[in-house]
Design a binder for this molecule. Structure first.
Ligand code: ZN
Length: 273
């Protein structure tokens, strides 16, 4: 049974129900000690107001979503993306977020050059690192399921993400999300390899059937992922950070009242994580 003192909810889980201010209030009232914040919701709230609310409520921030999107067809766009990423680093620092989530980006428009996209990801991360290190912000590379390699993220296994970390050095780590990684036959070994570089741990479930590539994630216990097994592997590395519930569910959980979603997250966190 997972300890509720280590629970966080990614605000995307109630993105249709709550503004950032509403999410902070609702999660706190439910006794959830952590939140992961999205930059679009943060912009709507205002950074200063968000920092004040988070501090007033004593919330921990398991992550800021997100930086990344490194590959692009031309240098000007790549540069603009880097500038945006530096703004994300500054926001993560102001919020005291425990990491900045990096979703690296897929193929540039019109491209079929996957190795080239991966090189742009490596170069982009390398360019950001001095700013992130100076700000004291740890960047968490989140490998995404290979179905997103074309359009969202060309880093698709924990092994790939850790190779990048090996290459780049201090200031980068990984986010382990059961939804993206559960199928990998090398997952246990790669989690062990990650060790203290695990900066975030995300949970939800894989539904059978999955009806939408992006927006049909399941509540823990409703799918086929052995979440306690993966949590055990993660915790054997010494990971003692927050465990973040992250569910994008356009046709189910986003249509239910926010209080019901949070209550169910709490119940399933106890019984299925
Ligand atoms: Zn995630």
């Amino acid at each position: 049974m997972a300890d509720l003192a280590r629970m966080s909810i990614n605000q995307a889980t109630t993105r249709e129900q709550h503004s950032l201010a509403q999410a902070i209030t609702a999660y706190t009232q439910a006794g959830v000690p952590g939140i992961s914040i999205w930059r679009d919701k943060l912009a709507a709230c205002g950074l200063d107001e968000a920092v004040r609310m988070v501090n007033d409520h004593g919330l921990r921030i398991s992550g800021l979503c997100r930086a990344g999107q490194f590959p692009a067809a031309d240098a000007a766009t790549r540069q603009a993306n880097l500038d945006e990423n530096r703004a994300a680093i500054d926001e993560a620092a102001a919020l005291g977020a425990e990491c900045l989530i990096v979703v690296a980006g897929g193929l540039p428009d019109g491209s079929k050059d996957l190795p080239g996209a991966r090189q742009m990801i490596r170069d982009g991360l390398g360019s950001l690192l001095p700013h992130a290190r100076a700000a004291g912000v740890a960047m968490a590379i989140e490998p995404l399921h290979p179905m997103y390699a074309g359009d969202r993220c060309a880093i698709n296994t924990l092994s790939q993400a850790l190779d990048l970390c090996d290459d780049l050095g201090d200031g980068v780590g990984v986010a382990v999300d059961v939804y993206h990684l559960w199928w990998d036959p090398h997952l246990q070994a790669q989690i062990k390899r990650a060790g203290e570089r695990i900066l975030a741990f995300h949970v939800c479930d894989w539904l059978l059937p999955t009806t939408d590539l992006l927006l049909d994630r399941g509540m823990m216990g409703d799918g086929v992922i052995d979440i306690p097994q993966i949590r055990d592997w993660v915790e054997r590395t010494g990971y003692g950070g927050l465990i973040e519930v992250e569910i994008f569910s356009a046709e189910n959980w986003w249509k239910r009242p926010g209080d019901e979603v949070i209550r169910t997250c709490l119940e399933r966190f106890k019984s299925n994580v």
